[in-house]
Design a protein around this ligand. Structure first.
Ligand SMILES: *[C@@H]1O[C@H](CO)[C@@H](O)[C@H](O)[C@H]1NC(C)=O
Length: 199
């Protein structure tokens, strides 16, 4: 045996495997590093900046029916609401109520828009619209252009073809059907038992 440094065969094999693994790891890291570096490489030699797209902010709509506060052009005077709850299921197995609402309001600022709260009601359609409008003094009010339910803000939106005049009073009429749910929300149904009898 010549001079030198001897190690056992097993240790030698383990050493080679560990060494090869280390080399492979270094190469892999170097490749990843090179890739990352080239990604951030400035094209024109300027400072390194990572270009991020601006965060997508949804443009909030300015339309009044997206705002939770009611506009101040109309002031309600009286509400006349009739509700008729049905305490037996209808033919679709649903408890419902029907009703109508007559709201008299005074216009304090000229406007061609009426917003009124309405949630989870199926409104009756009159002449293609979900409401009817009268002038309290008997004159002809502006005709209705379009009506819809804005669910997020729980509004019935009534757009008019002309403007309501400041100082005049109007009456908005709606008819509706709703579910008499037992969810303790809105107009709901509640049952209890007394002496074994359902009330
Ligand atoms: C309201 O209308 C919808 C869609 O037609 C219907 O599914 C729902 O049962 C109706 N609700 C009531 C209380 O009539």
């Amino acid at each position: 045996m010549g001079k030198g440094f001897y190690i056992s065969k097993t240790l030698g094999v383990v050493g080679i495997v560990v060494g090869a693994g280390a080399v492979a790891t270094i190469i892999a890291l170097a490749v990843v590093y090179a890739e990352e570096k080239s990604k951030n490489e400035p094209i024109d030699g300027g400072p390194v900046t990572t270009v991020k797209p601006p965060p997508a902010t949804p443009t909030p709509s300015n339309d009044p029916w997206y705002k939770y506060r009611l506009p101040d052009a109309l002031v309600p005077d009286t509400y006349d609401v009739t509700l008729w709850p049905r305490l037996h299921k209808d033919e679709h197995g649903m408890y419902i109520f029907t009703g109508n609402s007559r709201v008299v309001f005074t216009c304090v600022k000229e406007t061609d828009l009426i917003l009124i709260h309405s949630n989870k009601l199926n409104l009756t359609i009159f002449d293609d619209h979900l409401a009817t409008l009268l002038s309290v003094d008997g004159s002809a009010p502006p005709s209705i252009k379009s009506t819809w339910l804005q669910e997020e803000t729980q509004f019935l939106v009534v757009q008019l073809n002309g403007k309501l005049s400041a100082g005049n009073s109007y009456e908005l009429y709606t008819e509706f059907q709703g579910e008499l749910a037992d969810d303790l929300g809105g107009f709901y149904r509640s049952e209890y038992y007394e002496d074994g009898a359902k009330k």
